[in-house]
Write a protein that binds this ligand. Structure first.
Ligand SMILES: [Cu+2]
Length: 288
């Protein structure tokens, strides 16, 4: 490149601008490389909803990544091409209203478009009505633990009473022994679901706001005291996944976690049978 100031060596100001352009390109190259190798990427997706999110996220990354790449290359080029060897003494360009309007309008269009396209995926979890044969599981959170209740072979949850709630007595739900419907209810600390079957979690909190979050499901839902919030999902890949409380809920928040165990349907039925047997209840044949 020929020096513009007529000096044999570029001025310090000139070289520092060249360095800025090189840095812009370097940062761009490193960013693109980090995203391309996908070393720190999303965990495995274990249902249709999670895969839909991932493809939407992927499309957004491609689009935004493409714009980022072009803009950064152009930025470096403009710094190099239009740099001055001396700091500007006169005021230069005041911008271009038409161009500003065009790219602001285009960015608005793209962002609103991305939001509109994602609403169907969001609604698929939060507004979709679960099929009638969905497995209903009550999930109760408290500082700092999770409890899950299964209705048992009769498909009905037994009566609960607030005054009967006692962790020390192993009754975190306040199950009322006087109600025969509740005799086959199973209360456990790990969430087990059969693969491929619709599940409705009935989320409740005993104290403050908590949040049910499973990364592999790409689902997050608050549990709000005084409310029963249904959360519908179907996990289709057997495995063990972490359930983390994702709402800062107190000093023990960091240890408020449990597991989501997705089992093959036969293994799930067997687990239910074994649990009922261990409670001294005769298992009845599963109704399908
Ligand atoms: Cu919590």
């Amino acid at each position: 490149m020929t020096p513009r100031s007529g000096l044999a060596e570029p001025s310090r100001y000139d070289s520092s601008l060249m360095l800025v352009a090189a840095l812009v390109w370097l940062v761009t190259a490193v960013t693109v490389a980090l995203f391309s190798i996908r070393r720190w990427w999303l965990p495995e997706a274990i249902n249709a909803h999670a895969r839909a999110w991932d493809s939407h996220f992927g499309a957004t990354m491609w689009l935004i990544g493409g714009v980022f790449l072009v803009a950064q290359i152009a930025l470096g080029y403009v710094i190099l091409r239009y740099r001055s060897s001396e700091p500007a003494t006169e005021s230069g360009s005041f911008g271009n209203d038409r161009l500003e309007l065009i790219w602001t309008g285009a960015a608005t269009f793209v962002f609103i478009g991305i939001c509109v396209l994602s609403t169907a995926i969001w609604a698929g979890v939060h507004l979709d009505i679960a099929p009638p044969n969905a497995l209903r599981i009550e999930a109760v959170a408290k500082q700092f633990a999770w409890n899950f209740r299964y209705a048992g072979p009769d498909g009905k949850f037994g009566r609960t009473k607030v005054e009967l709630i006692s962790d020390a007595n192993g009754n975190p739900f306040g199950l009322d022994d006087a109600d025969p419907i509740g005799r086959d209810d199973l209360a456990v600390a790990t969430l087990r679901v059969p693969a491929g079957r619709s599940v409705v979690l009935l989320l409740k909190s005993r104290d403050v706001i908590h949040n049910f979050f499973v990364r592999e499901l790409r689902i997050k839902q608050d549990l709000v005291p005084g409310m029963e919030i249904p959360l519908h999902f179907t996990a289709d890949t057997p495995g063990v996944y972490e359930v983390a409380c994702s709402e800062l809920c107190g000093l023990g928040h960091h240890q408020m976690r449990t597991q989501l165990v997705v089992l093959e349907p036969a293994a799930f039925a067997q687990w239910q049978r074994e649990m009922l047997e261990s409670l001294g209840l005769v298992a009845q044949p599963e109704t399908r």
